[in-house]
Structure formats: structure tokens, C-alpha cells
Write a new protein. Structure first.
Length: 263
């Protein structure tokens, strides 16, 4: 592999990618900012949500989900494998880090251990698709299960097979006053690979940006059955309101999951 290609691949979740993610995901249109109120609205109606205000934010990125829950008096632990993402998460939530209300840890989401104290765990923006295999997905689910109190909830979203394959062999060009980005997606038989390259505007300067992201396909039937086999008492696919069950999530681009640990 050439050095240039290796550098290109290594940009995934790197310093520049984290900066871009933080710039765009801190806006009202950011995924975590949009879904966080829906997660909280669902959770606060549950029995567990009446008494437990501890959130585990899996693949927390630059901390926008955490910030919303911290602003609503939750205690939060965020985990992510990217030190660059975590740098922004800590800066965005500096007052809460200083007070001890939250902490952000550089941990592998498929291999961590926390005491069972969380009533709620969340993993947004298709974080599970970014793992390297379905075995890693199962490991992550087991780690989250251990971290939840009896009756706790795990709410997450994934790109479905249809959602990922619908963008295969496409090239998109975004040319605005704030970014000029080209994205190409291919399928190698197991994963969808996204190549992105271009530049974006930050504080009056154009920043060169490039990264390669790998996403695995997660079969929704296999996922649900695996979770039930591993001790989750219920696993429900819903729309993004988290209230309306979806009979066949494979017809959707994105599947939202509400899972509950047995009491």
C-alpha cells in the first residue's frame, strides 16, 4: 500500500475529521442534537427514567448528545475510540467535566466494563455500523447490557442493509459556501467503504479534509435474535420518534432500536 493511500485511510476519525464533525454536528441540524430530545422524551416516561438519570453515551463523538443530557441534569459517561473526537467532547462540556458530572473515556465500545449504574445507554448516528464485525457488535451489546441497571434501556440506530446498499457506487459532490466535499461509496462484499475528500470552512480558513470510513452491514433479524439470546427482555424497531413500532425495519434506510434489559 502506498504511503499516500495509507495516510488517506488513517484519516478516519482523525484530527481534521473530528474538527469537521464538531463544526457541522454542533448545529441544530446535527444528528445527535435532533434525536437527543426524542430519546429523553421516551426515557422519562419509563419507570426506570423516573429515578435513574445516568446516561452511557456509546461512540459519543464530539459530545453533542452528552451536552443535551447534561443540560437536563443527567450524569454522563461518554466513550469513544478517537482521542480527537474526545478532545472536542471534553471542550464542549468543560464545565460539566470540571464539576465531575461527566467524564469521557478513550475506550473500545466492543470491549469495556462499567458497573451497573446506568438507566439509559445510547449509541447514535449508526455507531454500531462502524465496528469491524458482527462479533464486535455482539460484544458491544454485552458490554452495554452489563452497564445497565435491571430495567434499563439501550436506544440506538443503525443503517440497514437497504440504507447502505442504496448509496453504493454513487458519487456525491457538495459545493456550498461552507464546504466542497466529494464522497464516493463502494461495496467490497462485506462492508460499504466511504471515501470523502475536499475542504470546509472554519473560522475564515479553508481546511483540507479527507477520510475513509468502513461500515458493516447488520442484519436486523439477526441483531434482534442475538439480543434476545443474550438476555435483553425486549427489542423493538421503531421510527425516529421511538414510539411507533416498525414491522419490517429492512424496508427503512435507518432502523431505530429500543431495547430493554430484564428486571
Amino acid at each position: 500500500m502506498s504511503k499516500d493511500l495509507q495516510d488517506f485511510r488513517n484519516e478516519a476519525y482523525g484530527e481534521t475529521a473530528a474538527l469537521r464533525y464538531n463544526v457541522f454536528e454542533s448545529r441544530p441540524s446535527g444528528f445527535a442534537i435532533r434525536i437527543a430530545p426524542k430519546i429523553r422524551a421516551f426515557y422519562q416516561k419509563t419507570r426506570t427514567g423516573q429515578t435513574n438519570k445516568h446516561l452511557l453515551d456509546v461512540a459519543c463523538g464530539t459530545g453533542q448528545m452528552a451536552e443535551y443530557f447534561l443540560d437536563h441534569d443527567f450524569e454522563v459517561v461518554g466513550i469513544d475510540q478517537s482521542p480527537h473526537m474526545l478532545k472536542y467532547a471534553r471542550a464542549n462540556n468543560a464545565k460539566y467535566v470540571a464539576s465531575g458530572q461527566c467524564q469521557f473515556n478513550e475506550w473500545d465500545s466492543s470491549n469495556f466494563h462499567l458497573d451497573s449504574q446506568f438507566g439509559l445507554a445510547a449509541c447514535t448516528f449508526n455507531g454500531l455500523n462502524h465496528l469491524t464485525s458482527f462479533g464486535q457488535v455482539e460484544n458491544c451489546l454485552d458490554c452495554v447490557h452489563r452497564a445497565l441497571v435491571p430495567g434499563g434501556y439501550f436506544i440506538f440506530d443503525i443503517n440497514t442493509r437497504r440504507g447502505l446498499k442504496s448509496v453504493v457506487d454513487t458519487v456525491d459532490l457538495y459545493d456550498t459556501n461552507e464546504e466542497i466535499i466529494m464522497r464516493k461509496r463502494i461495496f467490497d462484499g462485506k462492508r460499504v467503504i466511504l471515501y470523502a475528500s475536499g475542504c470546509f470552512l472554519h473560522k475564515g480558513a479553508w481546511i483540507r479534509y479527507r477520510e475513509t470510513i468502513f461500515k458493516i452491514i447488520i442484519d436486523t433479524k439477526e441483531l434482534r435474535q442475538s439480543m434476545l439470546d443474550h438476555g435483553w427482555s425486549s427489542v423493538t424497531y421503531t421510527t425516529d420518534d421511538l414510539m411507533s413500532p416498525v414491522e419490517d425495519p429492512e424496508v427503512e434506510q435507518v432502523a431505530y432500536v429500543v431495547a430493554r434489559k430484564a428486571k
